[in-house]
Design a protein. Structure first.
Length: 167
């Protein structure tokens, strides 16, 4: 009976903490924010992948709506993200004995401007970069989908952690 009582108290305590927004198991601390605005991130990189802007913006919006209780709005959000994709490049990473590339690296950089309209001390503007290495014998169009998935997932998670994460 005593064990059941402790389990019941623990369950009620956890439900209260989560229900009041005091803690999120995703690690997101949105404070008193209720809304989020994520603007379209245009691709300003010298080399342009046509679907990158739309895909990046959509995946960032999805991440925040999945892992927080914030409502996505078009303007006037308590939390506001804007910025641009500043770099999309493919560079050779290692050479073979024949002076050709053995491995290539796709690198994407996104400059993010984060404004927390409820707490100005949390505002920032900074770049987020990640990469994907692949064999030089592979064509970029054959690995592009998985490369973008990995890169954007990592960049978006880094943005989440920098803005509302408590890691």
């Amino acid at each position: 009976m005593k064990k059941l009582f402790y389990i019941l108290i623990f369950t009620i305590s956890i439900a209260t903490l989560i229900g009041c927004g005091a803690y999120s198991f995703t690690g997101g601390d949105t404070g008193n924010a209720k809304t989020i605005q994520i603007d379209f991130f245009p691709n300003q990189a010298p080399l342009v992948e046509p679907t990158l802007s739309q895909r990046f913006t959509q995946e960032l919006q999805d991440l925040f709506t999945r892992q927080t209780n914030l409502t996505l709005v078009n303007s006037g959000g308590d939390l506001h993200f804007s910025g641009e994709i500043t770099d999309y490049r493919i560079t050779p990473m290692s050479a073979t004995a024949n002076q050709t590339a053995a491995q290539n690296r796709l690198t994407i950089t996104v400059n993010v401007n984060y404004i927390n309209n409820l707490d100005e001390k949390k505002n920032f503007e900074k770049p987020f970069t990640f990469y994907y290495d692949y064999g030089a014998d592979q064509q970029i169009n054959t690995i592009l989908d998985s490369a973008l998935r990995d890169i954007l997932e990592r960049i978006n998670q880094d943005i989440f952690n920098a803005s509302v994460g408590k890691w």
